[in-house]
Design a protein around this ligand. Structure first.
Ligand code: NAD
Length: 264
């Protein structure tokens, strides 16, 4: 995929991975809408990449719609939506559980992706197709005992992408997730030294951005790509899921959605 002349929206683009993606896409010739709640850093990244800043709190669907509208007004349309805004949880389900903080983390890490997809799809369809890439996490592919709530919202993003992939592909829109292991951004500052002393390498933002470029170039509908130190990024294959089976245990092959019939 050539990025020159494309229009990209990147949420959470004021810092970390999102800023890295915005820089890389702009350097490759894309026009970028830098969307974030961090106005100061967001404006700075937008200036740096020759893009435009949109104040966007992804918890509010109207903000995602406005960010997409900014892409259309300023650059004439939308080709790529990188739905990347996210936060760490920082609490569990014990005495530290807090409903308000829970709604916040689910609102950003899950609702933010849902609202971003909903806002972006119509404009991507108008261009005859495009790409949506959501930043999930390795925590969405494996058990995450150190932060089960983060694992829950990232697994939900993985489920969203896998289910939406074939549906959006019918309109020429490729939907993927990028699932990084730990990367060197402010989200892991508090745990960085503990991770490294436990033998878990922390990747550079650049390494993660490489994976976004690979996914945008080679991702097939619904694929979720892991990103880890020490091996190339690739789609996770979800080996041998139980899936629908007959009463005697044989796999049921679905070539159409069984809930859609002539009548409904
Ligand atoms: N760094 C890692 O180790 C790691 C690993 C796996 C997945 N991720 C995911 O990568 C994504 C980017 O995180 P990062 O590591 O670059 O962290 P970061 O803190 O550097 O960047 C996150 C960005 O999201 C923005 N943001 C926060 N709340 C927002 C909101 N309500 N609306 C819009 N923007 C908001 C922040 O202002 C910030 O610019 C997140 O989804 C995160 O969960 C990070």
């Amino acid at each position: 995929m050539e990025f020159s002349g494309k229009v990209a929206l990147v949420t959470g683009a004021a810092n970390g991975i999102g800023a890295g993606v915005a820089r890389r896409l702009a350097a490759a010739g894309a026009s970028v809408v830098v969307a974030d709640v961090d106005d100061v850093r967001g404006e700075a990244v937008a200036d740096e990449v020759g893009g435009v800043f949109a104040h966007c709190d992804v918890r509010d669907p109207r903000h995602s719609e406005a960010a997409v509208a900014t892409a259309v007004e300023r650059f004439g349309g939308l080709d790529i939506a990188v739905l990347n805004a996210g936060i760490a949880t920082g609490f569990g389900l014990g005495d530290d559980f807090d409903v308000e903080r829970y709604r916040t983390v689910m609102g950003i890490n899950l609702d933010g992706v849902v609202y971003g997809v909903h806002a972006a799809l119509p404009e991507l369809r108008k261009r005859g197709g495009g790409h949506i890439v959501a930043t999930a996490s390795m925590a969405g592919l494996m058990a995450m005992p150190m932060d089960p709530l983060y694992g829950a919202n990232k697994a939900a993003v993985v489920g969203l992408v896998r289910g939406l992939g074939p549906v959006a592909a019918a309109d020429g829109v490729t939907v993927n997730a990028v699932c990084p292991s730990f990367a060197d951004t402010s989200i892991i500052t508090d745990i960085k030294s503990a991770l490294e002393s436990a033998g878990m390498p922390v990747m550079s933002v650049d390494d993660v951005v490489d994976a976004f470029v690979s996914v945008l170039r080679d991702g097939k509908p619904g694929e979720c790509w892991f990103v880890q130190a020490g091996r190339p990024s690739a789609p996770f294959t979800f080996p041998n899921p139980p899936g629908p089976r007959t009463a005697t245990g044989e796999r049921v092959k679905l070539d159409h959605d069984p809930l859609i019939t002539e009548e409904n």
